[in-house]
Design a protein around this ligand. Structure first.
Ligand code: ADP
Length: 252
């Protein structure tokens, strides 16, 4: 009752199968290394706010009673660090969730989706200009488009002066739909334009200027763009700032 093993047709076929198997192993190996790196980076990033929180709790316990000024200061730091921890955990959950996410790509009126986001965007009292044609439809998942544009707007707002303009454009060109988010902020040097999509990567200028962030926003954006079979690119906004362009397949 044993099924016979398949008999290879030729020695070259055996070799070919062996090669394919080895390549598969190599790919799996690389994937596993990436996963391990991710877990190790994530643990490191989680440890930083946790250590700070434990430090301030012990400061409060030891000196809070005799030094009231320590209480206010510590609570402020605890507020910041616990918020940072919360943002990190939320972003990590989003990344793992997206890895298993299956999206339904259907015609979506991208102009309306974006107009709605802009109308409801009230972060830091920034106004966002919408430039684009009405009823531009792309083959996409509406929720992903929302998440992508929201993340890019949050970055545009974080990395540019409070009174500088932010613009979102929607355009159709042949069989593609382009969504473009433009700011007049600190910009991203050429050498870093690719790396900003890596998990936890932050440009030094962003770190040193103490603008809070997890370094995971653009990693999530690039995950969502891939799920939508789209492309994303960064260019400079001359003289200042960045332009993030997303290309999606147009719907007919
Ligand atoms: P973060 O939480 O740090 O904002 P992101 O993954 O969203 O993480 O972005 C990664 C890095 O890319 C940021 O830390 C910043 O250095 C840079 N960056 C992203 N968007 C912009 C922008 N609009 N202008 C300038 N720098 C940006």
């Amino acid at each position: 009752d044993q099924t016979p093993l398949p008999v290879p047709n030729s020695p070259t076929e055996v070799k070919q199968l062996g090669d394919e198997f080895n390549q598969l192993l190599l790919k799996l190996n690389r994937q596993m290394q990436r996963e391990q790196q991710f877990v190790s980076d994530a643990s490191h990033e989680l440890r930083t706010p946790l250590t700070a929180i434990r430090g301030y709790v012990s400061l409060l316990k030891n000196h809070g009673q005799d030094h009231p000024e320590v209480i206010a200061e510590s609570l402020n730091f605890l507020d910041d660090e616990s918020l940072r921890l919360q943002k990190l955990v939320e972003a990590l959950l989003t990344i793992t969730r997206n890895e298993k996410l299956e999206v339904n790509l259907v015609p979506v009126d991208v102009s309306s989706v974006i107009q709605e986001i802009i109308d409801g965007y009230h972060v830091d009292k920034r106004t966002i200009a919408f430039r684009g044609d009405p009823k531009v439809t792309a083959v996409a998942d509406a929720n992903s488009v929302k998440q992508i544009v929201l993340a890019l707007l949050d970055n545009a707002q974080k990395y540019s002066p409070a009174d500088s303009p932010i613009t979102v454009e929607v355009k159709r060109s042949n069989d593609q739909v382009f969504i473009r988010v433009t700011d007049e902020g600190i910009g991203i040097p050429d050498a870093q334009k690719k790396r900003v999509f890596d998990r936890f990567y932050r440009v030094d200028a962003a770190r040193s200027s103490k603008i809070p962030g997890t370094g995971l926003g653009l990693a999530i954006v690039s995950q969502l763009v891939a799920l939508n079979k789209g492309k994303i690119a960064i260019t400079d906004n001359v003289p200042h700032g960045s332009i993030f362009t997303i290309a999606l397949k147009a719907a007919f």
